[in-house]
Ligand binder design. Structure first.
Ligand SMILES: Nc1ncnc2c1ncn2[C@@H]1O[C@H](COP(=O)(O)OP(=O)(O)OP(=O)(O)O)[C@@H](O)[C@H]1O
Ligand SMILES: O=P(O)(O)OC[C@H]1O[C@](O)(CO)[C@@H](O)[C@@H]1O
Ligand SMILES: [Mg+2]
Length: 320
């Protein structure tokens, strides 16, 4: 193996640059050349490649987004398009690829491995929705950003004695909502993986105001319903002055947290070592703080298990 490629794909996530940096520096340390592939699988097929030096990745560890850019390119699910991608890699003398992205991007990494280009996936998504890993690159920063935003929302909620329903990202996964909900002292956390009782939530909020609390806060995962629909439902069970707020893409931006920088660095370094060992078709994850690998194929049948104890903790702190 002489030259490896690296790409970022799907939604961007803070810490992706730290992972690219670690891959680049580790590979160069081992005498490999690194080719950055811009715009995910779209750039792969188009041959949008840029050589990366150690100097190119200086001053990137603290930057949000991905300097290799990202793309959603559904065409890469087609076998003939995947073959074009593999041909581009061969043409440029690239023997192996590291794909930083979410579950969708892993399909692309597996397809390349099957076409003879060993590929390793790094979990790069704010959603924390990947099976067999407790952590994905960007999740910690997104939680931090959402928590900071909610702290501000709480100020205005308190001034006006309002209830805010704050919708956070995560697709079908409630991990951002659970962690941010606990960190923000939410009265209720609503996620797609668990049933919820809106009457009970309304009762909790009413009780809060009756006890002298000056605001109410519901953290709602986007996979459940829109914040505005939730607000309308809630108003059926209480006469609240309620506002719906969608945090949206701000959760994907900003400088990565310490955890995201460090974990992305460890994962990038690990991925290069896997390729050096001749391995491919693997996804890097983390379990009890330790890095692990699983066959990408196994991930497709697997289910991400969030830390649902957070919901129980929050529930146990509300008055019945
Ligand atoms: N079945 C598939 N086969 C090959 N490539 C795929 C497949 N599914 C997705 N991809 C590639 O991966 C890209 C990213 O997938 P997707 O949009 O699902 O995001 P993701 O990687 O899951 O990240 P996130 O969910 O954080 O945005 C797609 O645009 C496509 O290029
Ligand atoms: O980038 P887009 O297409 O707006 O996608 C938004 C989605 O991507 C994510 O930010 C990351 O998967 C989700 O949380 C969100 O639902
Ligand atoms: Mg995904």
């Amino acid at each position: 193996m002489k030259r490896i490629g690296i790409l970022t794909s799907g939604g961007d996530a803070p810490g992706m640059n730290a992972a690219i940096r670690a891959v680049t520096k580790t590979a160069i340390h081992h005498g490999l050349e690194v080719m950055g592939i811009r715009y995910g699988f779209a750039g792969l097929v188009a041959g949008d490649f840029v050589p990366l030096t150690a100097e190119d990745v200086d001053h990137t560890i603290n930057q949000g987004g991905t300097f290799l850019y990202s793309a959603r390119y559904p065409e890469f699910a087609q076998e003939n398009v995947q073959k074009k991608g593999a041909e581009q890699l061969r043409k440029h003398g690239i023997d192996a690829v590291i794909v930083i992205g979410g579950d969708g991007s892993y399909h692309g990494a597996l397809a390349l491995t099957r076409l003879g280009i060993n590929s390793v996936g790094l979990p790069g998504t704010i959603d924390n929705d990947i099976p067999y890993t407790e952590y994905t690159i960007g999740y910690d920063s997104a939680c931090r950003t959402a928590m900071d935003a909610i702290d501000k929302i709480r100020d205005t909620a308190s001034s006006h004695h309002r209830v805010f329903i704050v919708n956070v990202m995560g697709r079908e996964c409630g991990d951002i909502a659970m962690r941010v909900g606990v960190a923000s002292g939410a009265d209720a956390i609503v996620v797609p993986e668990r049933d919820y009782d809106i009457k009970k939530i309304a009762k909790t909020l009413k009780q809060g105001f009756a006890d002298g609390k000056d605001h109410g806060l519901v953290v709602l995962a986007e996979g459940v319903m829109s914040a505005d629909d939730f607000r309308k439902e809630l108003l059926k069970y209480g006469d609240f002055d309620a506002r719906a707020n969608v945090l949206g893409h701000m959760q994907r931006g900003g400088s990565p947290t310490v955890a995201d920088r460090v974990n992305a660095t460890k994962m990038g370094n690990y991925a290069v070592n896997l390729l050096l060992d001749g391995k491919g078709g693997l996804a890097v994850g983390m379990e009890n703080g330790k890095l692990n690998t699983h066959d990408i194929l196994d991930l497709f049948d697997g289910k991400h298990e969030g830390d649902y104890s957070l919901l129980d903790v929050n529930e146990e702190m509300t008055k019945d």
